[in-house]
Ligand binder design. Structure first.
Ligand code: AMP
Length: 294
């Protein structure tokens, strides 16, 4: 693979026209392009996606867009952290070539009335508790891919169901882009990095740090042949004991199609999925589990 070109100054574009002009210029020079969609408030998890993109494509575009269509009216669209200048510094240091930061009216001009619905894989888990969510995500990611026309687009396994929804959409709609999944980047205590971790008080942060340990423990038990139903009961008890305000879901599903596993032992590569509430903040995480060798 070609090494990515390193620019001294990251470019910023805010319109589809300006984005296309930059990407078309790279294409005319025979360069490949990677896209990393984000909502900003960047952390090391996002930057790992930029580096992954740079290892696979010559140029990387990161988009920063807090997408109103994936938030319900009662959710945190208004308070979602926005820190553009800092994000640009981080992107530049990570070797990103271009930041695409469209205003909402560029993404959803007057008269906009199309949305993408992905069915089975978007049901349950986050699709169960946030029914509006994957429609909003699929629509904006479809638009971002059509706008940037990248060769690859990189998504984190932190949002594992989202990654599978996007893979499904790209396959179903014959979109000419390779979807790359990248591993979850964690804090020292294992908490999955998230822009929403900034909402946590120090007490909540300590509680949040216990979720990954519960999931890892569940995954280890499942990989040793434990039954799914009993493992979920144990995990639920551990989450309740850890001080979380609520457990939204705790499930074991197949890693490829998100089919529910259990009540017996897992028979296919699986993932333990959880969404919890800490204080008022909703956090998600997941952990892989392999079936025991026969
Ligand atoms: P967001 O800005 O939260 O919409 O996330 C943008 C992209 O970064 C998505 O593909 C996420 O899955 C990915 N991402 C967020 N947090 C992490 C993490 N801790 N590790 C890896 N990828 C992540």
């Amino acid at each position: 693979m070609p090494a990515a070109v390193v620019d001294s100054q990251i470019g910023v574009v805010r319109s589809v026209k300006a984005l296309r002009a930059r990407v078309d210029g790279w294409r005319a020079a025979g360069e490949t392009v990677g896209l990393v969609p984000t909502m900003g408030a960047l952390h090391e998890g996002h930057l790992s996606l930029v580096r992954r993109s740079n290892s696979l494509a010559r140029r990387t575009v990161a988009s920063i867009f807090v997408n109103p269509r994936q938030f319900a009216p009662h959710e945190d669209f208004g308070s979602y952290p926005r820190q553009e200048a800092h994000d640009l510094e981080l992107l530049q240091k990570a070797g990103c070539h271009l930041a695409y930061i469209p205003p909402p009216e560029e993404m959803y001009p007057d008269g906009f009335q199309t949305s993408i619905a992905v069915s089975e894989i978007a049901q349950g888990l986050c699709g169960g508790s946030r029914p509006h969510f994957f429609g909003g995500v699929a629509t904006v990611v479809c638009k971002l891919i059509n706008q940037a026309r990248p060769d690859i687009a990189v998504f984190g396994e932190k949002d594992y169901q989202q990654l599978l929804v996007i893979r499904r959409m790209v396959k179903d709609l014959n979109m000419p882009v390779d979807i790359i999944g990248a591993p979850i980047v964690r804090e020292a205590d294992g908490l999955a990095m998230s822009s929403r971790n900034a909402y946590l008080s120090s007490e909540e942060r300590a509680i949040a740090g216990r979720l990954n340990a519960v999931l890892a423990d569940m995954a280890a038990k499942l990989s040793a042949g434990a039954e799914v139903a009993a493992t979920i009961d144990d995990g639920r008890a551990a989450i309740n004991a850890a001080g979380f305000a609520a457990l939204d879901y705790l499930e074991v599903r197949s890693a490829d199609l998100l089919e529910p596993m259990g009540p017996g032992a897992i028979t296919r590569p699986s993932r333990v999925f959880a969404a919890v509430i800490v204080g008022k903040t909703r956090l998600i995480d997941n952990w892989p589990a392999e079936p025991p060798a026969a």
